[in-house]
Design a protein around this ligand. Structure first.
Ligand SMILES: [Zn+2]
Length: 473
């Protein structure tokens, strides 16, 4: 089965060239000018006889997106994220993302393997696209530390620890430092949710006691100074352990400053931000009535003046990745759990479908970043950092044929009425964007084309990822 994508502009993290892409089976066979002439079985007249030809005139041909931060059907606060691996990965594909790395969760008292196995069982039969897993580690002891090594051997080399949510996920500094020290030996990567959970919890209780229960108080009780503090502490601990560290969903100027200062003194500190922190703000959390609940996530949306700093961070490479932290909850059925208490609103936003186009529209079309930088942020850097490169994250001979044919001129309006995520609202309702992933392929199979979905539940494969190493990022 061969597919020839002709006449498009091929974009990688380093180059932008007018070229054809030839896909043979699951992989890219060749990229170059005028490939049509030598496709297997072509007629002597140079006519194309690939099984399928896709005309990409006026289109960009780019790697499928890699979203390294999703939470399909995550249990949270007595409910579950509304997208499961079937609906969530279909929505991802519609939006141009062909690989996710989701988070398996260790339960208290259970092993890491039990968490991993449970998530493999959930994802395997359902996922439309390829997926890897990180592990959320909720407790650190000698047994868990040893088990981290085994997880790495099973293709799970990244571990997320929390400095927030006391009593649920939060670990103390000693535990974080012990885990980091272990990765100095086993080559794993520690990812941190960096917010000072202790101080935040005191504020939350104080606000509730004062009768401040509306959604905006979620933002006001989690000030950016407490993200900055925790980010600085995380990087200092990593420096002490002599290991790289990755800050998830960085949302604020203070946290970015901590990352930049760490990097400037030579610490291998990395960070991702998410579209919600680039496009939405505390004003959304403060929408009238209970509507702000649609925008409750942690860290919270910040005052709008943080956005310019985050965009600058993407340009200067102090931020290396844009992921989504996709974790949707229905407004009517689930967010409502916090009607009289903002701290009971399930934390999380939908976003897996919108990332590719949002970053293109606000980044490339708006003139903040180049198409090559776009590809780096959306696919190449996450692939490198999380052990998927060069099989994923770029367009090159031998790489998986995970390809997006992107129409930069298509204009559309984001809306819950037209999105494919299983959630009853859109954070970007009514927002006009430029750009549409018209054709989305994974390993040579068409998932989306002509406005139709051709994917197959269970066709996604578990990706055993290699460990983080110097020079990979
Ligand atoms: Zn998350």
């Amino acid at each position: 089965m061969t597919t020839l994508i002709t006449n498009g502009t091929v974009v990688t993290a380093t180059d932008m060239t007018r070229a054809d892409v030839l896909v043979d089976g699951e992989r890219i066979q060749a990229i170059g000018e005028g490939l049509a002439g030598w496709v297997k079985g072509s007629g002597a007249d140079g006519s194309v006889s690939a099984d399928t030809v896709i005309d990409a005139t006026g289109r960009y041909v780019m790697p499928g997106g890699i979203d390294v931060h999703t939470h399909m059907e995550l249990p949270f606060g007595g409910t579950f994220a509304s997208d499961d691996f079937a609906t969530g990965t279909a929505a991802a594909a519609w939006g141009g993302t062909t690989t996710i790395v989701d988070f398996a969760v260790q339960s208290h008292g259970e092993s890491l393997a039990q968490g991993l196995d449970a998530w493999l069982e959930k994802a395997g039969p359902k996922s439309h696209i390829d997926y890897g897993l990180h592990l959320i580690v909720r407790e650190i002891n000698d047994r868990i530390l040893r088990e981290m090594d085994t997880m790495i051997d099973r293709g799970v080399p990244s571990f997320k620890l929390f400095m927030a949510y006391p009593g649920v996920f939060m670990l103390d500094d000693a535990s974080i430092f012990r885990a980091m020290s272990r990765t100095a030996d086993n080559g794993g990567l520690i990812m941190l949710h960096a917010e000072n959970g202790g101080a935040i919890d005191v504020l939350v209780q104080r606000y509730l006691a004062e009768g401040k229960t509306a959604p905006v108080n979620h933002g006001l009780t989690r000030p950016s100074s407490m993200e900055g503090e925790a980010t600085h502490r995380a990087i200092a601990l990593a420096e002490l352990a002599g290991v790289p560290v990755y800050i998830v969903h960085l949302s604020s100027r203070e946290a970015l400053t901590a990352v930049r200062e760490g990097r400037d003194r030579g610490v291998p500190a990395y960070a991702e931000t998410c579209p919600q922190y680039l496009y939405l703000s505390l004003d959304d959390l403060a929408r009238p009535g209970f509507e702000g609940a649609k925008f409750v996530c942690s860290p919270p949306l910040r005052p709008a003046d943080h956005q310019a700093d985050l965009w600058r961070g993407l340009v200067t490479d102090d931020l290396q990745v844009v992921s989504t932290d996709h974790c949707p909850f229905d407004y009517k059925e689930q967010k409502i759990l916090g009607k009289d208490d903002f701290s009971a609103i399930p934390n999380g936003l939908p976003g897996v479908e919108d990332r590719y186009t949002l970053l293109w529209d606000g980044g490339v079309a708006a003139g903040h970043i180049s198409p090559t930088r776009f590809v780096e942020l959306i696919a190449t850097a996450p692939a490198r950092m999380f052990g998927l490169y060069p099989r994923k994250g770029t367009l090159a001979p031998g790489a998986d044929a995970d390809i997006v044919v992107f129409n930069p001129d298509a204009e559309r309006t984001l809306s819950a009425g037209t999105h494919h995520m299983r959630v009853d609202y859109s954070c970007y309702e009514g927002r006009k964007v430029r750009g549409l992933p018209e054709v989305v392929m994974q390993r040579g199979n068409v998932l989306v084309k002509d406005g139709k979905f051709h994917g197959q539940q269970g066709a996604g494969r578990f990706l055993e990822r290699s460990r983080f190493g110097p020079g990979t990022a």
